[in-house]
Design a protein around this ligand. Sequence first.
Ligand SMILES: Cc1ncc(COP(=O)(O)O)c(C=O)c1O
Length: 387
Amino acid sequence: MEISSFYRDSWVEIDLDCIYKNVRSMKHFLPETSGVMAVVKANAYGHGDAMVANVALEAGATYLAVAFLDEALSLRQQNIQAPILVLGAVRPEDLKIAAENNITLTVFQADWLKEARERSSFKEPVSFHLKFDTGMGRLGIKDQTEVNELLNMIEEDDQLTLEGAYTHFATADELDTTYFNHQYERFVEMVEWLPVRPKIIHCGNSATGFRFPEKVFNYVRFGIGMYGLTPSLEIKNDIPFQLHEAFSLQSRLVHVKKIKKGENISYGATYTAPTDEWVGTVPVGYADGWSRKLQDSEVLVAGTRCPIIGRVCMDQFMVRLPYELARGEKVTLIGFQGDNNIGIDEVAKNLDTINYEVPCLISYRVPRIFLRNKSIIEVRNPVLVNH
Ligand SMILES: Cc1ncc(COP(=O)(O)O)c(C=O)c1O
């Protein structure tokens, strides 16, 4: 695809070499008995599901994980054959679709399995991972009698297999490990409830993999670290290898003008120029996921930090320039310009949120350009595909 497959001056660049390096480093870091399950839910945390999945698989991941069945089906539609685990809940009536598409489901309620079996008939086998709630309080089974009931239903049905068992930690990214240890011990106990140990046991997200590689059993569910980001600022210094941030957000000045001292900028006229100054308009707004909360934060233009002045609009914002610059000058909202960098952690701090949320927020409206060896290998623009 040509770069001309989008017609606006704003785009996300995904450096797939970064994803590749992060997965390889994790794979080498883990004990040989542990694999990498690449977590590509939420369009790979906003990075692009199939593109990331393919590179992660190439780098040594052997399982993929998503949150919803639709996300798994999207990967299958894009010709991805690798095993896929749906981490979230699936409607009982959709068991058939999962079976037909060879998608592994999470099971955590006996009555769900009963209803799913009653409501759908299909020819294919279907695999499950049993999810234990060890203290996250989100999805997961806690009661041994219910576990036995579930196991019996699976045992009695030739089409159903229990391939795995897992849990999720609530505090693996916190320096205080008390609650983490409590959850881990509970998980070890719960796994003992299973008379036959399933083939795959997993409990770790990125933070667990980085900090407790000896505790992850067969797989790390590798999400945030795969994208080159730290699971929390608290454990940033505990990351055992260099991470490479894959996501950057770029735009261009579409209008440059000089305003006079006392003139105002944007809705509400909240910014008044203190002196005569150069102002540029950038075609990115809150409909692209660039929140109104980012007023007064900085972007990079001509290699220097420039403040966003006035309110961020739906499709545009204004920036104070150091001097007159040409229309078309590149604006970096996230990423490097020369030696200067605005990382996702900085944007997260300005938004008073965590880094996970930032790339997820950058909406489908911003085309994604995928790079390998610094060359564009693909451009995805759902705005045009949907028309
Ligand atoms: C169940 C589950 N496992 C693994 C992950 C990946 O976690 P991380 O992105 O911290 O590696 C998530 C992400 O939220 C999750 O919900």
